[in-house]
Design a protein around this ligand. Structure first.
Ligand SMILES: Cc1cc2nc3c(=O)[nH]c(=O)nc-3n(C[C@H](O)[C@H](O)[C@H](O)COP(=O)(O)O)c2cc1C
Length: 229
C-alpha cells in the first residue's frame, strides 16, 4: 500500500483478527446488574427481548435510525427513544436497513418525518452545534437533541491536541462519509488517506477489520502532530 511505504510504516500483520466486541448475553447481564440510566444502540435494531430486559431493569433505551422505516422498526422493539440521525452527523452512521451510499436524509428533513411516524420520544442528531440548532430541532418536533462533535472540544474530552486543533479550524466542507477508518460509513474529517480510499470506491475490508489498516496511519499522524498524511 503506497501510504505505508510513503510514511515508512510496517504493513499491518494482523489482517484477520479484530478487537471489536459485539453485544452478547454477558454484556446484557452486566448492564442489567449495573443499571446505567440509559443504554443506546447505534449499529442496528436490538432484539425486543433485549429492550424488555433493559427496560425491566429501569434503564432508558435509545437507538439510532437514519430513515423513517428504521425508526418504525425500532419503535416496534419498544425502545424509549429513537435517535433521528441526519446526514450531517459526525461519527458512524447508525443505518441498518440501507446502504449509506443510497440514503442520506438531512437532519432538517428527517426529524419531522420521524416525529410524525413514531409515538416514542425522538432525539434529533446531526450537525447541531449550539442553541440555535437545539431550538430548530425542538420546532421540528424533537423531544431532545443528541450532540456529539460539539462536545469533542470540551476540556475533559480525551482527544489529542492535533485533533482538537483540526476541529477548531475545520470548515464546512472538511468532512465526508468514509469507510476508510473502520470499514463502516462514518462522517470524518477528510484526510489524504480517506480521500484516496474513496476514489474509485475500492472494496475495503469490512468493519471492524479496516481499523487494523487505518490505525497505523492515524497513530503516525498523531505522533507527528499532523493529520494531513
Ligand atoms: C467521535 C464520535 C464518536 C461517536 N461514537 C458514538 C458511539 O460510540 N455510539 C453512538 O451511539 N454514537 C456515536 N457517535 C454518534 C453520535 O451519537 C451522534 O449521532 C452524532 O455525533 C450526532 O452528530 P454531531 O456529531 O453532528 O453532533 C459518535 C460521534 C462522534 C463524532
Amino acid at each position: 500500500m503506497p501510504f505505508y511505504q510513503r510514511l515508512g510504516l510496517e504493513m499491518p500483520t494482523n489482517t484477520s483478527d479484530t478487537e471489536a466486541e459485539t453485544f452478547d448475553t454477558d454484556k446484557l447481564a452486566l448492564l442489567v446488574s449495573e443499571t446505567p440510566a440509559m443504554v443506546s444502540f447505534h449499529f442496528g435494531c436490538p432484539p425486543t427481548q433485549v429492550v424488555e430486559a433493559l427496560k425491566g431493569a429501569g434503564i432508558v433505551v435509545a437507538a439510532t435510525a437514519t430513515m423513517v422505516s428504521e425508526a418504525i422498526a425500532l419503535e416496534k422493539t419498544g425502545v424509549d427513544v429513537v435517535v433521528a440521525q441526519g446526514w450531517a452527523a459526525g461519527g458512524h452512521r447508525g443505518s441498518f436497513e440501507t446502504n449509506f451510499e443510497e440514503v442520506g436524509v438531512g437532519t432538517f428533513a428527517l426529524v419531522p418525518q420521524i416525529c410524525d411516524s413514531v409515538d416514542c420520544l425522538v432525539a434529533a442528531a446531526g450537525g447541531i452545534g449550539d442553541g440555535r440548532g437545539i431550538a430548530a430541532c425542538r420546532v421540528l418536533g424533537a423531544d431532545a437533541v443528541w450532540m456529539g462533535t460539539a462536545f469533542l472540544t470540551c476540556t475533559k474530552a480525551p482527544i489529542t491536541k492535533v485533533h482538537r486543533k483540526a476541529l477548531l479550524s475545520a470548515k464546512d466542507t472538511d468532512t465526508h462519509l468514509s469507510r476508510a477508518f473502520s470499514g463502516r460509513p462514518c462522517r470524518a474529517r477528510k484526510t489524504p488517506f480517506s480521500i484516496q480510499m474513496a476514489e474509485g470506491r475500492p472494496i475495503l475490508p469490512e468493519f471492524p477489520l479496516m481499523y487494523n489498516y487505518s490505525s497505523p496511519i492515524k497513530k503516525h499522524g498523531i505522533a507527528l502532530d499532523d493529520l494531513n498524511n
